[in-house]
Write a protein that binds this ligand. Structure first.
Ligand SMILES: [Fe+2]
Length: 328
């Protein structure tokens, strides 16, 4: 898998200092990155950030469908051990929670889910004992297969923001853009029909027992800006589709695998993935559970007014889950 040219947007030392100072100031008045009083301040502080930061946070502007903000400092010792489970993270790495919230607020509106990680707006992605083989961020020993984040839901993020705090083993995140894929017109047409549902993933226990009929959704969508996708094969009942459809889906999967790139994030990197263009995953790794494991922070962003999804999505029930905006 190529590891080459990922668009990197370096943050100047001035921009880094500005972000860190803004985050420290917010935290010093409130204390916890999950406090609603801090969230209420985020859009105002984000709006006051300099043009350099706004420029670095501009929308993705290449067919890669992603970019990396680089330059934030992380002191590995000061950070403390990697939590063993998201629920034990507490306020660990809180400064980076706030930095992520600020850059997220420059790009759009941060989102959370009532049913995930206690409704927090910044999630901790750490390997957890007993979850090694799941298709969620808590896994480790299996390939986390390429997927659209929260593909089951119409309120899913437009942008996925992954901040790396620790990655001693250079565990790679994978990313594949629909804009790099080559498919024939017949396959595009077939995969643009609402044929199969995408069921909620293992991170949403409550949604998985929802009683409503799962809506069938298209895999591909020809938006005004170009082709977009909604893809999560691990939670798509492909056996219910025709053979013709399964074959087209298989060719899409093969193409995504062909164009997939591996990004080994280094501490301080913030990877921004356009969730309508790019499916992401992670290579397998061996978790140690000794405080030195890979540790990412994740925020989800909605971009108001974006038209990269079929209008019919608005009628979906979302399996009883609702995405909550950090502010209005
Ligand atoms: Fe994911």
């Amino acid at each position: 898998m190529p590891t080459g040219a990922i668009p990197v947007r370096p943050l100047s030392s001035v921009a880094v200092a500005e972000l860190i100072t803004a985050a420290q100031t917010l935290l010093s008045t409130v204390g916890s990155s999950a406090d609603p009083a801090l969230l209420a301040q985020v859009p105002h502080v984000a709006a006051s950030l300099s043009g350099d930061i706004r420029h670095a946070c501009r929308p993705v502007d290449t067919d890669d469908g992603l970019f990396v903000l680089r330059g934030l400092p992380v002191d590995d010792e000061e950070l403390g051990p990697t939590p063993h489970h998201w629920s034990g993270a507490g306020n660990a790495g809180a400064l980076y929670d706030v930095v992520l919230l600020l850059v997220s607020a420059v790009m759009g509106t941060p989102l959370s889910w009532e049913g995930q990680q206690d409704g927090r707006f910044v999630h901790n992605i750490v390997p957890s004992a007993g979850h090694e083989e799941e298709q969620t961020g808590a896994s480790s020993s299996v390939l986390l297969s390429p997927h659209t984040e929260d593909a089951f839901h119409p309120g899913r993020a437009h942008l996925l923001v992954l901040g790396c705090l620790r990655n001693h083993d250079s565990v790679a995140t994978t990313a594949a853009s629909i804009r790099r894929v080559e498919l024939n017109a017949g396959d595009v047409e077939l995969l643009s029909l609402p044929t199969l549902p995408i069921l909620p993933d293992d991170a949403y226990a409550e949604a998985r027992s929802y009683q409503g009929e799962p809506p069938s959704v298209p895999t591909l969508w020809a938006s005004e800006e170009g082709l977009t996708l909604r893809f999560d094969p691990a939670y798509t009942p492909l056996e219910k589709a025709s053979e013709e459809h399964r074959e087209a889906y298989g060719r899409l999967e093969a193409e995504l695998s062909r164009v997939s790139v591996a990004v080994a994030l280094t501490p301080g990197d913030v990877l921004v993935v356009d969730n309508d263009l790019v499916v992401h995953g992670r290579v397998p790794f061996q978790a140690r559970y000794d405080g030195t494991d890979r540790w990412l922070k994740r925020s989800s962003v909605r971009v108001p007014g974006r038209r990269t999804r079929p209008p019919a999505e608005r009628l979906e029930h979302g399996y009883g889950q609702s995405a909550v905006a950090a502010y209005r």
